[in-house]
Structures are given as C-alpha cells and as structure tokens.
Design a protein around this ligand. Structure first.
Ligand code: SAM
Length: 242
C-alpha cells in the first residue's frame, strides 16, 4: 500500500509531468530509496538522505525529463556521470521500455548501481565503468544514443565534449542544471559548433515543494562527431573548448 509521500509523489509527477506510475513502480522507487540510504553509510553517494527530500530532489528532479518530447520519445539513453543513478534510474523506472547505458568513472558507484538494477529487476540497463572521454570513442557507444543526459557533472562547455560523442545524429543531449546558466550557455557556443551540435531551447522548471529553480538545456546533434573529439581523458574539463 502506498503511503502519503508515495501518493503525493505519484500525484505530482502525473499532474506536473504527465507520467503515470503504478504500484510496482512506486515499490521500485521505495527500494531504490532504501538502498541509497543503506549504501550511503558505507560510501559517499548523496548528501540528501531524508526520505521526502530524496523523492523531491532526486526522483522528481530526474523525472522532469519527462516534460520533454525529446526525452519521452527516446528508445535509448546514455547517462554520463550518473553517480548514484541520477537521472537515469528514476527515468528508467518510469519508462521501463527504455534501453539505458550508464557511464561513471567511479567503480564503487557502478557496484552500487549493479545492486540497484538487480534489486529492482530492471532489464536493458548496461553499467560501464570508465571515463566518458574513453568510452565515447568506442564504436558500440559512439554516435549511438537517441538521448544523452548529464546532471551535476560539469560546466556545459566541458560536458558537451564528454556527452555529444554518444548522441546519434538528430538525437539530443539534455543537460540538467540549476538556475541561471546564461554565462555557461554563452561560453558553450564554441564547443557546440566544434561538436556539430546546436542549442535548441531551454526549459525552466521548479521543484514542487522547495520551489528551487531548474533548467533543462536541450541540444541537438547535427552531424557525427569529428574524430579528434573527445580529447584525451581529463582535457575536456581542464581545458574546455571555450
Ligand atoms: N549525475 C549524478 C547526480 O546528479 O546526482 C552524479 C553527479 S556527481 C557530482 C558527478 C559524477 O560524475 C560522479 O559520480 C563522477 O564519478 C562522475 N564523473 C566525473 N567525471 C567523469 C568522466 N570524465 N567520465 C565519467 N564519469 C565522470
């Protein structure tokens, strides 16, 4: 039986984002929450552990992708620097048919995610331990995904180089950010051009309780990534294309 928080969560994502969740999916979010808090005692996964805050700032926040047609029409998704699984695991729970690849450079976070994927019995999730700069050069991942996401990983100019190589031509990279990214957007113009991509639009949202602002930045890939990108591991974030 869903409790008050689960009913609130289910109602908000339905009315705000148009996402319908059934009891099995609500159970999956709850199991994910429990594993997150349990594992967080042994390793650093998140600073947010209060149950309501996890539902709002991690689960709801990840599901804001559901407000975008580019995200809900995707069949394949790569989440770069997913950490404890955000946004891809909450999104996959809501859209179980999605084929998901998660890339993170920290092995212990990938181990945590394997436990989550097994416990939630999520099919079609591939977990890759490595740096995006290296994985994005492999044929099986390059120019492949309808949707690529990154939340709280780096500034946009650097992120473009980490993420756009994974996107298929005419697919989208969606960067999930806090508010006021005008300077970041401006400094990312060169990286978009060099990586054959174009800013399509931004979407502003607020978290339902905290009312903190969020911005989704939607970038379309126009052509395949040139062979010089991404540069060697470490360079894109140290010396962004600005
Ligand atoms: N996306 C998650 C979220 O919103 O909670 C995690 C954000 S955490 C601040 C950044 C994550 O990106 C870390 O788990 C880190 O290991 C990963 N990361 C940083 N640089 C990376 C790279 N070059 N390739 C792959 N993962 C990377």
């Amino acid at each position: 039986m869903a409790d008050e928080l689960q009913r609130w969560f289910s109602e908000r994502v339905r009315t705000d984002l148009g996402i319908e969740l059934n009891d099995i999916q609500l159970d999956q979010y709850e199991t994910y929450y429990r594993l997150l808090v349990e594992w967080n005692e042994k390793m650093n996964l998140t600073g947010i552990t209060e149950r309501g805050a996890v539902y709002e700032k991690h689960f709801y926040d990840s599901l804001t992708l559901g407000a975008l047609p580019e995200a809900i029409s995707a069949r394949s998704m790569a989440d770069i620097g997913a950490g404890a699984g955000f946004p891809s695991i909450p999104f996959k729970i809501a859209f179980p048919q999605l084929v998901v690849t998660i890339v993170d450079s920290l092995a212990k976070r990938i181990r945590f995610l394997q436990t989550v994927v097994d416990a939630l019995q999520l099919g079609n999730v591939t977990l890759v331990h490595g740096r995006a700069e290296d994985i994005g050069r492999l044929g099986e991942h390059r120019d492949r995904y309808d949707l690529v996401t990154a939340r709280a990983v780096a500034r946009l100019a650097g992120l473009n180089e980490l993420c756009l190589p994974f996107v298929k031509v005419e697919g989208h990279f969606i960067a999930m950010k806090g508010s006021d990214n005008a300077a970041e957007l401006e400094e990312s113009a060169k990286s978009m051009r060099l990586l054959n991509a174009k800013l399509r639009y931004t979407r502003e949202l607020k978290l339902p309780l905290e009312q903190s602002e969020r911005q989704l930045i939607i970038i379309r890939k126009l052509e395949k990534t040139a062979k010089e990108y991404p540069r060697k591991a470490g360079i894109p974030l140290k010396q962004p294309l600005i």
